[in-house]
Ligand binder design. Structure first.
Ligand code: SAH
Ligand code: SF4
Ligand code: F3S
Length: 542
């Protein structure tokens, strides 16, 4: 009966969370420790214990791990008091930006950042779960840290892997880590770290419907760089069948437009010259926190595209946000990543065309060029509708630079389907592609409903073929720029040597520029003559 009545479940869930919170105040540190020594807050039986017929994962959804967030700690213990933290980031740009939020929160709470592992009182790893290999890397690092440990310290796993692997990280033999914090619980870090310092393992992996860290000022690792990420939304509702992100980052929610604009203006005042707006699905951004000003008819789905969730409407859309952000300073470049092809109304294309400071680079992840694979992935478009969108974009912005993500060897992918992906790559003529071999993720729809049936060696061969076609296309594109002039924003010293700087073209291609008589500084715009190119980068003279 419970399983069939979502309203009843919601009210039980609320009742249970009220009960758990209400005895929070009276709990002693002793009471909050389980047999694993993990801070769990509530020792007695909860409502979930009386619903035995629910499978474990279902129970977790109804009774999320909120009980572990309420162990008692005094206000004074929340202060880091000059303790040193080493922050290590893995994964996507969202993680880079999340680490900036964590840095901001920890500095506010009296912690000091160190770059030296040996002197760190706490080491925080911001982790990724997108493919099995990403998690393998973290396990290896945890073991390495344990082997090299010379004095007591806390190791904390944050981010997507914390959310996915949860308490297994704490209970794995070897005492590899003592704190686990999911993407929506960074405000709780001072408490979790304090608990671990008093000898109790601590975890908070509760996902939120609202958290956007809108009021937290992110602190960049290097304030001398002239480029910055600004998070505009969190979570993802798309539920592509292969993808773990909706499970690790939770439901989609947008940060209010005013707080984004405040951050962009602050960055402009600090001399930042390029902003990248970040989110898992940036163009489904919708700020419903303020008045429902909409921009034209952008709540309508573009023909040929669909979504598994109801189309969002009302509030302020991505086009409105882009319009406002690009007006802050017309000498500040604006990029955004990642958009989803299904949320690409003409207003956004027109805006990119019209505003000189919105870069002519669009990341348009296709994932596959074959209709049956796209359908199995739940992407909400066909090859044809994707190509129509590409045509619309190219017609409006002739020099546009398109980039994409592709997955090789997804469930049921035939040789013909793979060839269709290769031909899509050639047809679109991307300037850059990220290609990944499919990695099955537990709990996703593909894991539950499809078979990971492409043999490993075939997957690897297809992956290599995708990579080699991409290299061939981008090499041709880059070489075709020889002798032309490009406006490059200098990002810093080039890896090519002392006398070289590097930066990006408007289309996002890295250019290495040899310094001759004229000096260049980070943050300068320079007109560069292209003198060489590989599949990944170009060289130029200034
Ligand atoms: N939200 C973004 C990016 C998400 S993750 C988007 O939709 O574009 C980045 C990329 O990782 C995806 O675009 C996809 O190509 C790849 N990816 C996601 N799950 C994967 C999996 N299980 N195996 C292999 N690649 C995967
Ligand atoms: Fe994953 Fe799809 Fe969401 Fe991207 S849009 S994060 S691929 S579910
Ligand atoms: Fe990885 Fe999470 Fe980003 S799974 S790709 S760190 S959103």
């Amino acid at each position: 009966m419970f399983r069939r009545n979502p309203r009843l479940l919601a009210s039980i869930s609320k009742l249970s969370s009220d009960l758990m919170c209400s005895h929070d105040v009276a709990r002693s540190p002793m009471q909050s420790t389980t047999k694993f020594g993990i801070a769990m807050g509530n020792k007695g039986p909860g409502l979930s214990d009386f619903i035995k017929d629910l499978p474990r994962t279902r129970k977790d959804k109804i009774f999320p791990a909120i009980s572990d967030t309420h162990a008692y700690i005094s206000r004074a213990q929340l202060n880091g008091d000059g303790k040193k933290v080493l922050l290590v980031t893995f994964g996507c740009q969202m993680n880079v930006n999340d680490m900036e939020v964590v840095r901001g929160l920890l500095i506010q709470n009296g912690y000091i950042e160190t770059k030296e592992e040996a002197e760190a009182d706490a080491i925080l790893l911001m982790t990724c779960s997108i493919r099995d290999g990403a998690e393998e890397k973290i396990w290896k690092r945890l073991k390495h840290l344990k082997r090299n440990q010379r004095r007591p310290r806390t190791v904390a796993v944050l981010g997507c892997m914390a959310e996915r692997v949860k308490s297994t990280l704490l209970s794995t033999p070897g005492d590899l880590c003592q704190v686990v914090a999911g993407p929506d619980s960074y405000r709780d870090l001072p408490r979790l770290l304090a608990l671990s310092q008093s000898g109790t393992k601590a975890m908070n992996v509760q996902l939120s419907f609202e958290e956007t860290y809108a009021d937290v000022t992110p602190v960049r690792v290097d304030t001398h760089t002239k480029t910055a990420f600004v998070s505009i939304m969190r979570g993802c509702d798309n539920m592509c069948t292969y993808c773990i992100v909706p499970f690790t980052r939770g439901r989609e929610r947008s940060r209010p437009i005013d707080s984004i604009l405040d951050e962009v203006k602050r960055l402009r005042d600090e001399g930042v010259k390029q902003i990248t707006l970040l989110g898992q699905n940036v163009n489904s951004y919708r700020d419903s926190s303020s008045s429902s000003i909409s921009f034209g008819v952008d709540s309508r789905m573009v023909d040929g595209f669909s979504t598994v969730y109801g189309q969002k409407s009302g509030g302020r859309s991505f086009a409105t946000l882009l319009d406002h952000v690009s007006r802050v300073d017309d000498s500040m470049r604006i990029r955004f990543t990642s958009p989803h092809p299904k949320d690409f109304p003409n207003q956004v294309i027109e805006l990119i065309k019209e505003r000189k400071n919105i870069c002519n680079q669009i990341h348009l992840p296709a994932q596959s060029g074959d209709d049956s694979v796209l359908d199995a992935m739940g992407r909400g478009y066909t090859r044809e509708s994707y190509l129509t969108l590409v045509d619309n974009i190219k017609n409006a912005i002739p020099n546009v630079s398109l980039t994409s993500d592709f997955i090789a060897g997804f469930c049921g992918e035939t040789e013909e389907a793979h060839q269709n992906t290769l031909s899509l790559m050639r047809e679109v003529d991307y300037s850059f592609c990220f290609v990944f071999p499919y990695s099955m993720r537990e709990g996703t729809r593909a894991h539950r409903k499809l078979v990971d049936d492409v043999p490993e060696n075939v997957k690897m061969r297809r992956h290599e073929e995708l990579a080699s076609v991409f290299r061939e296309i981008s090499l041709r594109r880059n070489v075709s720029r020889l002798g032309k002039r490009e406006l490059v924003l200098i990002e810093g010293r080039s890896k090519r040597g002392e006398k070289s700087m590097s930066g990006r073209t408007d289309g996002g291609i890295v250019v290495h520029i040899e310094e001759k008589e004229k000096k260049m500084e980070t943050g300068d715009y320079v007109v560069v003559k292209i003198t060489g190119g590989t599949s990944q980068t170009m060289s130029g003279e200034y």
